[in-house]
Design a protein around this ligand. Structure first.
Ligand code: F0G
Length: 363
C-alpha cells in the first residue's frame, strides 16, 4: 500500500446497528446514522474489591466511552436512522443534558435539525456546550425536566418533528445493545446488572435486551436487575411522582419517569430491586470509582455502585456474585462537581524548595 493512500478503516467496529443488525427493526434501505457507538469497555474492578473488602466479581460497563460520552448514543443511532428513513427534517427532545448532547451530535451527522429543551441552570456545562457546538436549537425553560418533556410531547402532536426521548421506541431498541455487549464480553450474563434510574429508559431497554438474547439462545439465564434513583428524585421508590426533584446528580433529576412501567416490569420480572441512594452515597461512589479504578464517570452514573455498596451492607448478595454496574456517562461533562467535593490544588511559589516543602511526607 502506498503511503497516504487511504483505503478506509481496517478493523472497524461498525456501530451497534451493524454489529447486532438481526435484533433491530432496520431494513436494507434504512440509512444508518452512526458515530460507531457501542463496544465500550467492561472493566473488572479488582482495586475496588480489595479496597472495600467486598466479595463480589464487580465490573463496570463504561458507557461514558461512547462518542458523545454517554449511553444515549446507543439509542440515538437507531432513532436518527429511523427518522431519516421516515424523511424527517428535525428531531426534538427534552433533556437533563445527555440526551440533548447525543441528539444534537447525531442530527448533525444526519444533516437535520435538532431542537432541545433543557431545564435552565440544571444541566452540566459540558452537556450544554455539546448541544451548542453541534448547532442544535437550544431552549432553556424555567422549569424542570418533567415539564420540558410535557411541552415536547405536546409539540410533536402539532408539528412534523420526530421526538427522540426514550418514549420513542427506537431509543430503547438501540439501548438494549448494552445488554448484548455485556453478555458477549463476559461470555455469559452477569448475575446482577445495576443501573442508575432517571427517566427509566435504560433499565427497561437492558432488560428487553437480555430477554431477546435469551430467546435467540445467545444466553441461557437472565440477570437480576437493580435500579437506583437519587433519594431526592426517587418517584419509583416512593411510589408517586415527585413534584420538585432535587439531587446533585442532575442527569437523574426526574420526578415522573416516562418509562416508569418498564422499570417496574424489569424489577419484578427479574426479581430485582429499585432503591434510593443519597447524594452523599452517590458522591462517595463517584470519587471512589475515579480514585481507585481510574474511571471518571459523572455523578448520576455512580448511583449504580452506590446502590450496590448499600445492598452489600444489607447482605443482599452471595459471596462471589458477578455484578455489572453501568457507568452511564463521562465525568468530563460535569467536572464542576469535582470542585464541590474536593479541595482546590495547592498553590506555591515557582521554586523547587517551595514544591519540595509542599510534598513533605509524599516523596
Ligand atoms: N445516567 C446518566 C448519565 C443520564 O444522563 C441518565 C438520563 C441516566 C443515567 C438515567 O437513565 O433516564 O434511562 O433512566 N438522562 C436523560 C437525559 C434523562 O435527558 O439525558 P434513564
Amino acid at each position: 500500500m502506498k503511503v497516504g493512500e487511504c483505503k478506509g478503516i481496517r478493523f472497524p467496529w461498525r456501530g451497534i446497528i451493524e454489529e447486532y443488525r438481526e435484533f433491530f427493526p432496520v431494513m436494507e434501505k434504512t440509512p444508518i446514522v452512526t458515530l460507531k457507538e457501542g463496544n465500550t469497555p467492561l472493566i473488572k474492578a479488582e482495586n475496588l474489591k480489595k479496597k472495600l473488602g467486598i466479595d463480589l466479581e464487580l465490573y463496570f460497563k463504561f458507557d461514558g466511552a461512547n462518542p458523545t460520552g454517554s449511553f444515549k448514543d446507543r439509542g440515538m443511532t437507531l432513532a436518527l436512522s429511523k427518522a431519516m428513513e421516515e424523511d424527517s427534517k428535525a428531531v426534538i427532545c427534552a433533556s437533563t443534558g445527555n440526551t440533548s448532547a447525543s441528539a444534537s451530535a447525531y442530527a448533525a451527522k444526519a444533516g437535520i435539525k435538532a431542537i432541545v429543551l433543557i431545564p435552565e441552570g440544571k444541566i452540566a456545562l459540558g452537556k450544554l456546550a455539546q448541544a451548542l457546538v453541534h448547532r442544535a436549537h437550544v431552549i432553556q425553560i424555567t422549569g424542570n425536566f418533567d415539564e420540558a418533556l410535557n411541552i415536547v410531547k405536546a409539540l410533536v402532536e402539532k408539528y412534523p418533528i420526530t421526538l427522540v426521548n426514550s418514549i420513542n421506541p427506537y431509543r430503547l431498541e438501540g439501548q438494549k445493545s448494552a445488554a448484548f455487549e455485556i453478555c458477549d464480553q463476559l461470555g455469559f450474563p452477569p448475575k446482577f446488572h445495576a443501573l442508575p434510574v432517571g427517566n427509566a429508559g435504560n433499565i427497561t431497554a437492558c432488560w428487553k435486551g437480555y430477554k431477546e438474547y435469551k430467546r435467540a439462545e445467545k444466553i441461557t439465564s437472565l440477570p437480576i436487575m437493580l435500579g437506583f434513583q437519587a433519594a431526592g428524585a426517587a418517584p419509583i421508590v416512593r411510589g408517586r411522582p415527585i413534584k420538585n426533584p432535587e439531587t446533585i446528580a442532575t442527569a437523574i433529576r426526574i420526578g415522573n419517569p416516562a418509562n416508569w412501567k418498564g422499570a417496574i416490569e424489569s424489577r419484578d420480572e427479574s426479581g430485582g430491586r429499585i432503591e434510593a441512594v443519597t447524594d452523599d452515597e452517590i458522591l462517595n461512589a463517584y470519587t471512589l470509582i475515579a480514585s481507585v479504578e481510574g474511571i471518571f464517570c459523572e455523578p448520576a452514573s455512580a448511583a449504580s455502585l452506590a446502590g450496590v455498596m448499600k445492598l452489600y451492607k444489607e447482605n443482599y448478595f452471595r459471596a462471589g456474585d458477578c455484578v455489572v454496574c453501568t457507568l452511564t456517562g463521562n465525568g468530563l461533562k460535569d467536572a464542576d462537581v469535582v470542585f464541590k467535593v474536593l479541595k482546590e490544588p495547592l498553590k506555591v511559589k515557582a521554586d523547587i524548595q517551595a514544591v519540595v516543602k509542599a510534598l513533605e511526607g509524599i516523596i
